[in-house]
Design a protein around this ligand. Structure first.
Ligand code: FO1
Length: 315
């Protein structure tokens, strides 16, 4: 049976884990990973794309295993020197990581699009599948909080997600169009896979790009999501806290409600099996399996199970 062609939609750390599993399970030409760029920020004059880099480093085998972001074994001497010079250094940019941001910024200044720059960086790091930004336009995720509107990294890293979330918006999304490879993949893909990323601030910005939500609503093939909430908690990051503050149920059922009309099957962890009926009430199947991905074996195993679901769906 020919392999399905998959469009994977991902945020940073959690998304990168399943993206790696899919990259190990599929031929490179059968996988496009579309990544959130709402978290992008300018630091020290450099264009930083944290989620693109988390996926890129994961696929290149460079990820810092302790954090899931940044480069393994990196040092922070440049940041220390910047601090001595009076710069704000709350965003932890490592010395090796900085090379990526310097290169990205230089190529963007030469007139390349973020898609072209990302293709150049990933090619040089030996990545064979397509890793693409959701858009080449500027979209910025803004956390609306009880202390005012905060740029995403300000909320997430500088303030440690402490302010209470009142809402989230994606500035620029209504005039942003999908990147060329994303638009193409929405046509050629046999299936869409939502990686286990934060539905609000990682997947939300991708869905907010003009035309994406309706393209996914009308997508012909199976749309399969992996819940980033397991046993009532986010595997990593602020998804649980944000859902609670927004009055949503912090469970895989809360995730299913977010994906209503956009998803045909939600993959949930074995520990959440009692939530299957609640998920099916949202108009999607529930698939119960082991979803925690700490080792490469677990990432590939989950990816292969998803590929099998897609194969069965189409047969
Ligand atoms: N996350 C942190 O919690 N603290 C940091 O200092 C930090 C630095 C950083 C540098 C480069 C990069 O690509 C990612 C970095 N992240 C850091 C992670 C990043 O904030 C998040 O992964 C995403 O934006 C949320 O998906």
């Amino acid at each position: 049976m020919p392999q399905p062609k998959i469009l994977a939609i991902a945020g940073g750390v959690g998304g990168a884990k399943l993206a790696l599993g899919l990259a190990r399970s599929l031929l490179p030409q059968d996988l496009t990973v579309v990544v959130n760029t709402g978290d992008d920020e300018i630091f020290h004059g450099l264009h930083v794309s944290p989620d693109l880099d988390s996926v890129t480093y994961a696929l290149a085998g460079l990820t810092n295993p302790d954090t899931g972001w940044g480069v393994a074994g990196d040092s922070f001497r440049t940041l220390e020197a910047l601090r001595r010079l009076g710069a704000e250094t709350w965003f932890g940019l490592g010395d090796l990581d900085l090379a990526t941001h310097i290169r990205r910024t230089a190529l963007l200044a030469d007139g390349m699009s973020l898609s072209q720059v990302t293709a150049e960086i990933t090619r040089h790091l030996g990545i064979e599948c397509a890793v693409v930004p959701m858009t080449d336009a500027s979209v910025r995720t803004v956390a609306m909080t009880d202390v005012g509107d905060l740029a995403f990294q300000e909320y997430f890293v500088h303030r440690g997600c402490e302010p209470r979330i009142l809402g989230v918006r994606f500035d620029g999304a209504d005039t942003a169009y999908p990147s060329p490879a994303f638009a193409d993949a929405l046509h050629w893909a046999d299936a869409i896979v939502y990686c286990p990323s934060n539905p609000m601030v990682s997947i939300g910005p991708i869905l907010a790009v003009t035309g994406v939500r309706s393209a996914i609503e009308n997508f012909a093939g199976p749309r399969i999501a992996v819940s980033p909430i397991v046993a009532g908690q986010a595997i990593k990051g602020p998804a649980g806290k944000m859902m609670e503050e927004l009055g949503e149920e912090v469970s895989c059922v809360g995730v299913a409600r977010r994906y209503k009309g956009l998803c045909d099957a939600l993959v949930i962890d074995r520990i959440d099996r009692e939530h299957s009926a609640g998920i099916e009430d949202c108009g999607m199947q529930s698939v119960v399996t082991a979803t925690i991905m700490n080792t490469e074996y677990e990432k590939v195993r989950l990816a292969e199970e998803i590929v099998n679901i897609i194969d069965r769906w189409n047969s």
